[in-house]
Design a protein around this ligand. Structure first.
Ligand SMILES: [Zn+2]
Length: 301
């Protein structure tokens, strides 16, 4: 089965802010592991090979308006574009905070047209609601450029603001831009029902399961329940996408195990006995690669 990891990150300590470095240390302490201050694309490539992952999508985040960053917005775009240029099976998005206004719009266009960035990553917990009318020119431009957007939804790190991560703040954008391909990252966890509700009412909205390996490693029933609900609400199988958030959750479940877990996923009797329909291997194949191939790589399916 072909595998696409639709949600990954790469960085080195030269490109992250002091605050993000601190947040990584706090998160590592909580998980009882060493903080990961360097995770260049080579680490992703090694994990992909171990997990038999064919393609991956890197999603850079622009925290430049809320933190002092070592690189300018443009230099950071270039850094990511140069990294993925080494590997034909890895693509990158561009991370831009839409509060940058015109400067950000120009960078969005440059990133896509000149640096081969394939979509826009939005990170609302840096301090904004994504459905602000002021950001509509960005969404219009993404439709014109025919690129997808991935919006972080759900839980965030220590110094960011989680209220902006509620999936419902994407609903107006999804309704107003029916041709815009939108992916809600992490199925909005812990607002999972809300993310599925937003996706269920808008056919242009998908969800990615990155980060859920934390549950898979400890309480797999939570993953089964989410998939069962996604199927009932018709988001599964065509609009649920496999992803890992590599390397953030390697401590909980390495990518190769996460691939294994999801590729073989079936609902337990406890759920099918109370009426949830079982899922099939054809449906799982859509989640593991065909949905991402369509949304991120422009393949027909
Ligand atoms: Zn992420």
């Amino acid at each position: 089965m072909r595998i696409i990891d639709a949600h990954t990150h790469t960085w080195t300590k030269d490109i992250i802010s002091e605050k993000d470095r601190r947040a990584r240390e706090i998160a590592a302490e909580r998980a009882g592991i060493e903080p990961q201050l360097d995770s260049p694309i080579e680490s992703l490539k090694i994990a992909m090979e171990r997990g038999h992952v064919d393609r991956a999508v890197v999603l850079p985040i622009d925290s430049g308006l809320s933190q002092t960053m070592p690189l300018s917005l443009q230099a950071k775009t270039n850094w990511h574009a140069d990294e993925v240029a080494k590997y034909p099976d890895i693509i990158t998005f561009v991370g831009i905070d839409p509060r940058r206004g015109e400067e950000g719009l120009i960078e969005l266009e440059r990133a896509v047209m000149e640096k081969d960035c394939r979509g826009w990553k939005i990170y609302p917990p840096n301090g904004f609601y994504p459905d602000d009318d002021k950001f509509y020119p960005y969404y219009e431009r993404c439709v014109e450029l025919n690129i997808p957007i991935v919006i972080h939804t759900g839980f965030t790190s220590r110094f960011k603001h989680v209220k902006y991560g509620q999936p419902v703040y994407v609903d107006k954008v999804a309704a107003d831009f029916p041709d815009l391909k939108i992916v809600l990252a992490h199925v909005g966890v812990p607002w999972t029902d809300e993310a599925l509700m937003v996706a269920s009412k808008s056919p242009n909205v998908s969800v990615d399961v990155s980060g859920w390996q934390v549950f898979a490693s400890r309480v797999p029933m939570k993953v089964y329940q989410m998939i069962a609900e996604a199927k009932i609400s018709r988001v599964f199988p065509n609009r649920l996408i496999f992803g890992s958030d590599f390397p953030l959750f390697e401590y909980a479940m390495p990518l190769e195990q996460w691939v294994e877990f999801f590729s073989n996923l079936r609902l337990p009797d406890e759920l099918t006995d109370i009426g949830y329909p079982q899922i099939t291997s054809e449906e799982i194949e859509k989640v593991m690669s065909r949905n991402a191939a369509r949304i991120f790589f422009g393949e027909r399916s």
